[in-house]
Design a protein around this ligand. Sequence first.
Ligand code: SF4
Length: 313
Amino acid sequence: MKVLLANPRGFCAGVNMAIECLEECIREFGTNIFVYHEIVHNRYVVEKFSSQGVKFVNHLSEVPAGSILLYSAHGVSPEIRAEARQRDLRTIDATCPLVTKVHLEAIKYAKANYNIILIGHDGHDEVIGTMGEAPESITLVETPDDVDQLSFSQDDSLVYLTQTTLSVEEANLVIERLKQRYPNIESPPKEDICYATTNRQHAVKQLIQQADLLLVLGSQNSSNSKRLMEIGLAEGKQAYLIDGKDELQPEWFETVETVMITAGASAPEVVVQDCLNHLKEEYGATIEEITTREENVTFPLPKELRQLQSLRE
Ligand code: SF4
């Protein structure tokens, strides 16, 4: 068996920053720390921090007044920020700057009285946060069919924004339909689908034809990981999204010569390496890593972390 190992894969700059931020908080303040929602959408990462004592909450009512609360990489709405202030929580914002960029665009266009069409997945943490910035001005669409249901006129001021982790191709189908119906609709100043999402999808598209089967390391609730698996399926390949090697099924490999492996932006390298070791031990796999694009993006830790640290000094 041969394994084609995609590069880039796994952690993006936003996820790296959020995890480093939480690790730094633990070093500085101990594990009595609360995180609003999963710090990143990955079971391994969340279970690791939970086992250390970090508490992930879905409601701020679960957080005692005065506690330290981290906002996850996916961002939060202004309503949550206001509630946290009211509860006197010491907040640290680990929102990815590329998600914040979409929030700021939403605020800017809402102030300028645009109707904003947000392309994204209903119920995703990032979409909830972005919509919360200007709920009166934002309409969510997921598919080209949703665009057909819109009731704006040609004269309305319209702009579209997108969730950062969409399938580039699927988003383009929605954008095309928007432009057909509303030729004057404006685009975001810079692409909203982030570099990490785009690069990981590009790698799968480049390499998948050389493989019989695609394994994507990532959790089921990770939007960008799911999109990677869907690309494999759309190319007519067997494709599975798995959290780790324990989910591998021997029957997947019965007639397979080449396996492609990648990982979503929230999946740690350790789960990739575990899989590779398993395939080497069980099937004598040889590994070929192929780089389709170089990545060198990094984000600084949130300023609130430095402020809280300086209060302790
Ligand atoms: S996937 Fe993109 S937007 Fe999401 S955390 Fe990573 S870099 Fe930021």
